[in-house]
Write a protein that binds this ligand. Structure first.
Ligand code: ADP
Ligand code: MG
Length: 687
């Protein structure tokens, strides 16, 4: 029965009830001891036996039980990497790839990039001759299939975090199932934090195989094995708010301070949704902790989201000094992908950023949306690693019980499928609707994607990749619209500029997050702002950065993130290499920005919007779908409101906001994408 636990001026009132999972734990010990104490250690022989005797093994185990870091090592020790073979382990998230690879290298006492390596897009820290255990994103594994369709160098592929059902994970699973038929010696391990094992197992057991099983002695090999690693978390006491909170950032901050005041030592993990609200919470928490006095001086407040530098990541994983309390404010990356030691308290906002796509309006955006019960349980579980913990849910128990969905929706069913379709086409899979999906995407989304790809000139009338454009677009490891923009820039003579823009667009933000210095940031932006829009502004910044001699001081002065700029330089170099391979010669258009805008239009015509003539507050409508959108306040075109613009992406809060916007001439649309803009029955005329 729930009971009232705490009241506080901040307005956060928690009711408590608890759920339990059994447990035991460990203190600070040597790496070898730590390894042996992980739950999977006891299953070492079982795992190796199952992998030996089954084509597919499904391993289910609570986060932190050692699946990701240990299983690849077990396999290596058992000889699966002998004779030049490689053990692969995929992750949906880039940051997780880096973190687990460096942990495993440390455990094995080897240099990262040699025996243990990793590959994420634009960053390959592996060595084809030396690397025996390779961590990679599932997206990179898909790319590798383009060069080596049967993934011949891998002896075992572990598809990790399968419960997340990321779009690339689902595609990879579908393709691996095909590869298995051609490579009976290949072993798959599907690992997951939640128990959806049965449906995964059924997926790998096709109807044909089921028939075969009934009559043959092949049984043990084809039927996937399922192994459940007993979790060993401590009890986690769950607290709910009594009334719904209005502002989860404020509520999270108040809760952290409340825990700090009232509860014994132990680190705190807060789940928010993205960089913006994490930065806002850190600012608020820092201020409130300061005014709160001595009790809060021991707080070490750290953000955790993708795009952190190496040094920032290291802080998160380093042990908390005595007398201090770490507060890690994270996206849902800490839900199952990463294990942080020392967390005793979890604060769960109940939200995460999720991609949603509406094929009718053809709009995809990132939305702050409620999490599922399965996620809420995972989040709570992060508190019970070392000793009994507590989880503070910033939503009511009634909401949890009656309104939260049981499971999340696989990403493939809520995404734009343009990238997915082109990748499958490039791998020679023509019947995409008939592809064996773990969860089928909607036919509407599929048709939309085919239509956009057709308009981009990537697919022909028979929905086959065009030559050379289609193959070239598929070759560029960026979304097809960016790839098309790069190809068009070659014809227009502005590839030098467009490659810089593509590099900037492929990182999260080049601005320094303005914790409490919004005004200064806005002023800094004005220094670079270009009338044409954000893309051209990026070029000004890039030029300034080069002229400063790539100075970190210059970045600091201008509120530009130095690490992000260094990343841009790196990505730019890689794109340059890819462009050269495709026969694109770098050429600058000097000051003719019209060419740059045209190249952007050639890729992103589908995102064109027109200012509503009689609207107040800068309302735009997408030309194709007539959806209401607004320019995001972070754009240099905010309040400038040109008549016709193209956006790079949408974020949705109270409204749909366009991020990274460039002004264009609407007549270019029919020029670059006649099919897309002329054959619309309900299409408003463009002029
Ligand atoms: P799982 O994949 O089952 O969630 P992991 O293999 O990621 O578990 O983690 C197992 C254990 O390894 C964790 O409980 C933690 O003790 C340790 N560990 C993992 N990554 C790190 C890291 N980057 N730094 C320190 N310890 C880590
Ligand atoms: Mg893991």
């Amino acid at each position: 029965k729930p009971r009232l636990v705490e009241d506080e001026d901040g307005g956060v009132i928690f009711l408590s009830s608890s759920y339990s999972s059994s447990s035991s734990g460990y203190g600070y010990v040597s790496i070898e001891k730590q390894r042996q104490r992980l739950p999977v250690y006891k299953y070492r022989t079982a795992i190796l036996y199952l992998v030996e005797s089954h084509a597919t093994t499904i391993v289910v185990g609570e986060t932190g039980s050692g699946k990701t870091t240990q299983i690849p090592q077990f396999l290596k020790e058992a000889g699966w990497a002998d004779g030049g073979r490689v053990i692969a382990c995929t992750q949906p998230r880039r940051l997780a790839v880096q973190a687990v690879a460096s942990r495993v290298a440390e455990e094995m006492g080897v240099k990262l990039g040699e025996e243990v390596g990793y590959t994420i897009r634009f960053e390959d820290i592996s060595n084809p001759d030396l690397t025996r255990i390779k961590f990679l994103t599932d997206g990179v594994l898909l790319r590798e299939m383009m060069d080596d369709p049967l993934l011949t160098k891998y002896s075992v592929i572990m598809v990790d975090e399968a419960h997340e059902r990321s779009i690339s994970t689902d595609i990879v699973l579908g393709l691996l199932k095909k590869i298995q038929k051609r490579r009976p010696e290949l072993r798959l391990i599907i690992s997951s934090a939640t128990i959806e094992a049965k449906s995964m197992s059924n997926f790998f057991l096709s109807s044909k195989r089921r028939q075969a099983l009934e009559c043959e002695e092949l049984r043990p090999r084809l039927e996937p094995a399922i192994l459940s690693v007993e979790g060993r978390g401590f009890n986690v006491q769950i607290h709910y708010v009594e009334d719904p909170v209005r502002d989860y950032i404020q509520a999270a901050v108040s809760t952290v301070l409340l825990i700090n005041d009232k509860e014994p030592p132990g680190d705190i993990l807060v789940f928010l949704t993205g960089q913006d609200d994490i930065d806002a919470a850190i600012k608020l928490l820092t201020e409130e902790a300061r005014s709160n006095g001595k009790n809060s001086s021991g707080l070490i407040i750290l953000p955790l989201y993708s795009g952190l530098t190496r040094a920032e990541q290291d802080l998160i994983f380093s042990p908390t000094p005595k007398g201090k309390r770490k507060v890690v404010i994270s996206t849902n990356i800490a839900e199952t992908s990463l294990t942080l030691e020392g967390i005793v308290y979890v604060v769960d906002s109940g939200f995460s950023k999720q991609r949603f796509y509406n094929p009718i309006s053809d709009i995809e955006n990132l939305v702050v949306a409620p999490i599922s019960k399965a996620s809420a349980r995972q989040r709570a579980g992060r508190a019970g690693r070392l000793r009994p913990g507590m989880c503070y849910r910033l939503y009511t128990e009634e909401y949890f019980l009656n309104e939260m969905s049981v499971q999340g929706i696989p990403e493939i069913q809520r995404s734009n499928l343009v990238s997915c379709v082109i990748q499958l086409k490039a791998l020679g899979i023509d019947n995409i609707l008939g592809f064996n999906w773990p969860a089928s995407p909607s036919p509407e989304s599929m048709i939309r994607a085919l239509e956009v790809l057709f308009s981009l000139g990537v697919l022909d009338d028979d929905a086959k990749l065009t030559s050379p454009v289609g193959f070239q677009v598929a070759e560029i490891p960026l979304e097809p619209m960016i790839a098309k923009m790069i190809l068009s820039s070659n014809e227009l003579g502005c590839s030098d500029e467009i490659i810089t823009i593509a590099a900037v667009l492929s990182i999260q933000s080049i601005w320094f997050s303005a914790r409490g210095a919004q005004k200064e940031l806005d002023e800094a932006k004005l220094r670079f702002a270009a009338a044409e829009g954000d893309h051209v502004t990026f070029l000004n910044i890039y030029k300034g950065f080069l002229q400063s001699g790539r100075s970190s001081k210059w970045c600091h002065k201008n509120f530009i993130n130095y690490h992000a700029m260094k990343k841009v330089m790196e990505i730019r170099e890689q794109l340059k290499r890819i462009a050269l391979r495709l026969g694109i010669v770098l050429k600058s258009c000097e000051t003719d920005m019209q060419l740059v805008r045209k190249a952007v239009t050639a890729g992103f015509f589908a995102n064109a919007c027109r200012l509503e003539a009689y609207s107040h507050g800068g309302m735009y409508k997408t030309i194709r779908g007539s959806q209401e959108v607004y320019i995001h306040p972070s754009s240099v075109l905010f309040r400038v409101n040109p008549k016709c613009v193209i956006y790079h992406s949408l974020v949705s809060t109270d409204r749909q906001y366009m991020r990274n916007v460039i002004s264009i001439d609407p007549s270019w649309l029919t020029e670059v994408a006649p099919h897309f803009y002329q054959q619309q029955r309900h299409n408003p005329t463009i002029h």
